[in-house]
Write a protein that binds this ligand. Sequence first.
Ligand code: HEC
Length: 372
Amino acid sequence: MRQRILVVAIGLFARLVLSAQTGGNEQLQLRTGDEIYREACIGCHGPHGEGQPKVVVGFDPPKSMPDFTRCDQTTPEYNRDYKAVIRDGGPERSFSQIMPSFRDALTSEQMDMVIQTLRGFCKEKGWPRGEMNFPRALMTEKAFPEDETVITTGINVQGAPGLTNEFVFEKRYGEKNQLEVAVPFSFSHSGTGWLGGVGDMVFGWKRVLFSNLHSGTILSVQGEVMLPTGNRARGFGAGTTTFGTFASFGQALPANSFLQVQGGADLPVNTDKSPQSLFLRTALGKSFSDNHGLGRLWSPMIEAVATHDLVDGSKTDWDLVPQFQVTVSRRQHIRADLGVRVPVTNTSGRPVQLMFYFLWDRADGGLFEGWK
Ligand code: HEC
């Protein structure tokens, strides 16, 4: 089997090198993405990007072998990840070595052109593109619908010791919808010792209203219900069912910068137990990467977070949250974020918190896949 792959690969390279050297007609053939695809990719990826059957390619396609006609699988992928694999081969993102490196065979522009051809295999245009899946901030919720599991932790670094955690499970349904389940759990220290408990569970439904790759804009709305599963007497819940709603907006800015805004309201059924409140969260950031823009991704961000209780005389709580996110796994599907939440108004009883999260993008592989 190895030999067959080698033969396919060597054959391809020979043709590419030949076409590069002979000039004239041969070179003309590689002027468009479609021509590059026909010449260099079709042998393994098939005439329409769906992948060639085993009898043709002579190898068992890995289970992550892409079917470029499947919009649900391909639209969340970033062009930069495709380019990293095309330039440096499958192992660059911890995929199979059967996917060869085209570093010496194609120019950077040719790689961009063939990526456009790959993009053309998905025929449904309504799917928001992964380019608008901006790095997740610690508090501002993204507009992009996704398949992610996130655990966020906040540790008090001032005042009474305390630890707040939130486990979030997000699952995408089709082009524009996403289910979200969140389970908070916290530990706090009082005079007598540590107390731990589950807070109010949240069930939410997100829907993308608008997304446009050219302007780099995405807008979603979410409705959610918070159930009083937490013990209010111990400070772990609101003690009443709360309905929540918000809009999330993301905008790409020049030079890999981005802005994300989330604004909404929490409306408890019993306002004697917990006040109605409004919130606004914004995150401004920029991504940096080594290896000509295709390597590990670092995204410093600053968030400004405001909460205002709808009660007479109440003042708005403002927090600033400087932080950075980094891709941890080679596949870049495991990411971590570390920051500090600093209250800037109404600071009494609101301690500074060290915050971090651990994020797993399940669409790109298992928790233990994609590391080497
Ligand atoms: C020798 C066979 C072969 C050739 C030739 C080949 N590929 Fe691949 N390619 C693969 C295999 C196998 C995978 C799946 C790797 C995996 O999932 O472990 C793959 C995966 C990919 C991926 C998926 C990365 C991801 O994030 O899922 C892209 C993009 C890609 N190939 C583009 C191309 C392009 C563009 C060409 C032509 C310039 C090409 N391939 C030529 C075998 C090949």
